[in-house]
Design a protein around this ligand. Structure first.
Ligand code: G3H
Ligand code: 13P
Ligand code: ZN
Length: 342
């Protein structure tokens, strides 16, 4: 089946009361790991590429790998999503290439670092919504800024300084007509999210619940949602790595989010940890190896394992064949029948 829209996958998730992991990719092995995990768990799939991933892979390579995924896994509804688009132009170029969903992250200016004004965010997001919906493509927006140390995604901010204001979230959804809303509740990108197990002081689940009460029909997105499992940290450090002690987002908090409107859960760091640990292990135990397959195969397998586990924990497992995918043309017609309120 062709690539499907994020909107349909999230609408179905809302009906079924489950969440869907959105896993970042940069190369063939990561795409294969996710598709194999999806087949094993019978899950719908969201695969996302950041601007960095598009640059790394010369995005046309990535796009054609995704087409191969749809050919080889025809039973899996698969979304190709742009993660953290920094400007309308970036989003439009992804749509042009064939992405079926885009994130316009107008919470930051196009430098990907500086928090923007509400007015800028509305204008940029709305512009993308108009262009995307005309083609049946889904739009995720963000209100409030995540913390994080990753370049270009809120660099320098701490996780708590720009939390989403629930009243502003309502205004933002009304003004933009977006399909999915990313909110800031204390998470950040990367491995170093919390210096101890998060509490209500550091991970603001109450705020998420408040936003869901005000916007019960809106699909919420949790970014920075890797759990940074201790066992994956231990493998890296056992084989020569130097990760500092750190905590991620506990899976049970994500599951609480899913009970309260979270439909898309962004995970990149856990895959990176799994891959790096597996490669380090081969390098450490078999220093004589130099065939890339000898370490990329275990790396792919390790990523598949963590992705399959998350698919089960988020509840998407078993839902790949619940529904018939709609074409982007059908999605465009349904948007046209319900124009965005101003
Ligand atoms: O949002 C952050 C994702 O983990 C992607 O990271 O920009 O290094 O590809 P990246
Ligand atoms: P993690 O760094 O927690 O995996 O978050 C990824 C993310 O939010 C991508 O947009
Ligand atoms: Zn993110």
């Amino acid at each position: 089946m062709p690539l499907v829209s994020l909107r349909q996958v999230l609408d179905e998730a809302a009906k079924g009361g489950y969440g869907v992991g959105a896993f970042n990719v940069n190369n063939m092995e990561q795409i294969q790991a996710i598709m194999e995990a999806a087949r094993e768990t019978k899950s719908p799939v969201i695969i996302q590429a950041s601007r960095g991933a598009r640059a790394y892979s010369q995005d046309r390579f990535l796009y054609h790998l995704m087409l191969a995924a749809t050919e080889l896994y025809p039973e899996i509804p698969t979304v190709l999503h742009l993660d953290h688009g920094n400007s309308p132009e970036t989003c439009l170029s992804a749509i042009e290439m064939g992405f079926t969903s885009v994130m316009m992250d107008g919470s930051l200016l196009p430098d990907g670092k500086t928090p923007s004004s509400f007015e800028y965010n509305v204008e940029a997001t709305r512009k993308v919504v108009e262009a995307a919906h005309a083609k049946g493509v889904t739009v995720e927006g963000e209100i409030g800024c995540l913390g994080g140390i990753e370049d270009g995604h809120g660099a320098g901010l701490d996780g708590l300084s720009h939390l989403t204001d629930p009243a502003q979230a309502v205004d933002f959804v009304k003004a933009t007509g977006l399909d999915a809303l990313a909110i800031a509740i204390g998470t950040s990108h990367g491995a170093y999210k919390f210096s101890s197990k998060p509490t209500g002081e550091t991970l603001k689940m109450e705020r998420l619940i408040d936003i869901h009460k005000r916007l019960p029909g809106v699909h919420l997105v949790m970014h920075g949602s890797s759990s940074v499992p201790q066992d994956l940290q231990d493998i890296i450090n056992k084989y020569g790595g130097k990760l500092k002690p750190t905590w991620g987002v506990p899976v049970e908090e994500i599951q609480l989010g899913i009970k309260n409107g979270v439909r898309k859960i962004n995970v990149d760091t856990d895959s990176r940890l799994a891959i790096t640990g597996a490669i380090r292990k081969v390098f450490f135990e078999k220093p004589e190896e130099f065939d890339p397959r000898s370490y990329l195969k275990p790396a792919r397998e390790a990523m598949k394992k963590v992705v399959a586990l998350r698919m089960t924990q988020f509840g998407q497992a078993g839902h790949a064949n619940d529904y018939k995918p709609l074409s982007l043309e059908t999605m465009a017609n349904s948007y046209a029948a319900q124009p965005v309120a101003v």
